[in-house]
Design a protein around this ligand. Structure first.
Ligand SMILES: Cc1ncc(COP(=O)(O)O)c(C=O)c1O
Ligand SMILES: N[C@@H](CCCC[NH3+])C(=O)O
Length: 439
């Protein structure tokens, strides 16, 4: 059995995380429930930061808040001294609500609206990552109207096919993100940005994809960027202060996954950047990265209550839980795989292999297809591991299911950080039909 962080089995045979019994939490806060192991998030954050410190490389580790964004999470990121990557006005608003220092916020997105850009400028975010020509022009116009200068990174698409699921690839040429590095787009964008008084160009950004288990893609991306920097130094006399290599560091969901320790990704990136900078005769730029999944993914565990059961003779036993694609859409979207145990009987002997079904009206709403479990009963609690990234943050109200509560646990204490949605929350924005006289 594989346990993450502070997870263990307590005297009652229950799953415990952060010194807190998850069965008690399920009873107190209801299910589905997301539980985060705060100590593990801190450990992951420190591993990235400390590797840069060890090698004396100036860096910013920006948590990609799309993985899981709430006020408490942003506060934790601030406590750990990381920067923050936001990708929408909503994520920026959450960060500001948490009093996150705006100068450590990086604003991303392939279609930022005028309102979002204005909001970012008004609050003094540390940098805006320019993704395309439309945005270049729009941001320049807004800056000119307001007599402001924006610190920017230029996002490039390096033309690298990282080895991961097609839907989460981003660095390949045929991608909706960034200026193509190989066909002249990136050069034009940089030239335009450098010639504008509205911009202070900090450097270059690229992100090659997500859930990546090798260092090769990051090293290749660094190589491609530095080769370009050689040109840009020559042609535009421009040497970036910052090279941002994005996120994408993989985590272990099941035995099939073979992630590397954070230090190994970072060390390879640093080594390549240092080598390339030395060859070019330029100062080592600051290296920025944007881990999302690898900071919170394995720190999150989702707890469900088991309900109905259906047998398809000689084929499968379906065991249904009280959540599903509404709180974790990853299996439906990416065929993502997870491991799980019964939180209230972790060590009981596994007697059957069941299929864990969600409760949404979709045949594809299956959380796990083949899960060995003890013989389950209604009322058992299922703990699905490694659901901390892109679980709650992609939750939705399909079938009008209220979104779960979220609890942080650390040192034997639990704190509710997101309340469970209520039915009243679900209709809060609904506007009833106007009364008709002759209906
Ligand atoms: C630009 C950018 N940065 C960072 C991330 C975070 O990726 P991950 O959660 O895989 O670390 C993403 C998502 O893939 C992204 O698009
Ligand atoms: N949401 C995706 C990753 C997308 C990353 C954002 N660019 C996942 O769950 O794996």
């Amino acid at each position: 059995m594989f346990f993450y962080g502070t997870s263990r089995v307590n005297d009652k045979g229950h799953l415990e995380i952060g010194g807190v019994d998850t069965v008690d939490l399920a009873k107190e806060y209801g299910t589905p429930l997301y539980i985060y192991d705060v100590a593990l998030i801190r450990q992951r954050a420190r591993a990235f930061k400390e590797t840069f410190e060890k090698y004396g490389v100036k860096a910013q580790v920006a948590y990609a808040s799309k993985a899981f964004s709430t006020v408490a999470m942003v506060q934790l990121v601030e406590e750990e001294g990381l920067s923050l990557d936001v990708v929408s006005g909503g994520e920026l608003y959450t960060a500001l609500k948490a009093d996150f220092p705006p100068e450590r916020i990086h604003f991303h997105g392939n279609n930022k609206s005028r309102q979002e850009l204005e909001m970012a400028l008004a609050h003094g975010v540390g940098c805006i990552v320019i993704d395309n020509f439309y945005e270049l022009q729009l941001l320049e116009q807004i800056c000119a109207e307001r007599g402001m200068t924006a610190s920017v990174l230029i996002r490039v698409t390096p033309g690298i096919e990282a080895h991961t699921h097609d839907y989460i690839l981003t660095g390949q040429e045929d991608s909706k993100f960034g200026f193509d590095l190989n066909n002249g787009q990136a050069d034009r964008a940089l030239k335009q940005a450098l010639s504008s008084p509205s911009f202070h160009v900090l450097g270059i950004h690229c992100h090659i994809g997500s859930q990546i288990f090798e260092t090769t893609g990051f090293v290749l991306a660094a190589q491609k960027i530095f080769h370009k920097i050689a040109d840009w130094k020559e042609v535009y006399d421009f040497v970036p202060k910052v090279v941002n290599l994005g996120g994408g560091f993989g985590i272990r969901y099941t035995n099939e996954d073979t992630p590397l320790p954070a230090a190994e990704y970072v060390e390879n990136i640093i080594a390549e950047a240092a080598k390339q900078a030395a060859e070019l005769g330029i100062a080592m730029p600051e290296i920025w990265i944007e881990p999302g999944r690898s900071l919170v993914g394995d720190a999150g565990t989702a707890i469900y209550s088991i309900g109905s059961r259906k047998e398809v003779p000689n084929v499968r036993h379906y065991v249904a839980v009280d959540g599903g694609m509404s709180d974790n859409i990853r299996p439906a979207l990416y065929e993502a795989k997870y491991e799980a145990v019964l939180a209230n009987r972790v060590l009981d002997e596994k007697q059957e292999v069941v299929a864990i079904a969600g409760k949404c009206c979709e045949s594809g709403d299956m959380l796990i297809w083949d899960l060995p479990l003890p013989k389950t009963e209604a009322g058992d609690y299922l703990a699905v591991f490694c659901t901390g990234a892109y679980g709650y943050s992609m939750a939705n109200n399909y079938n009008r299911l209220p979104r779960p509560a979220v609890v942080f646990v650390e040192n034997g204490e639990a704190q509710l950080v997101v309340r469970r949605e209520t039915y009243e929350d679900l209709v809060r924005l609904d506007v009833p039909l106007r009364a008709k006289v002759n209906r």
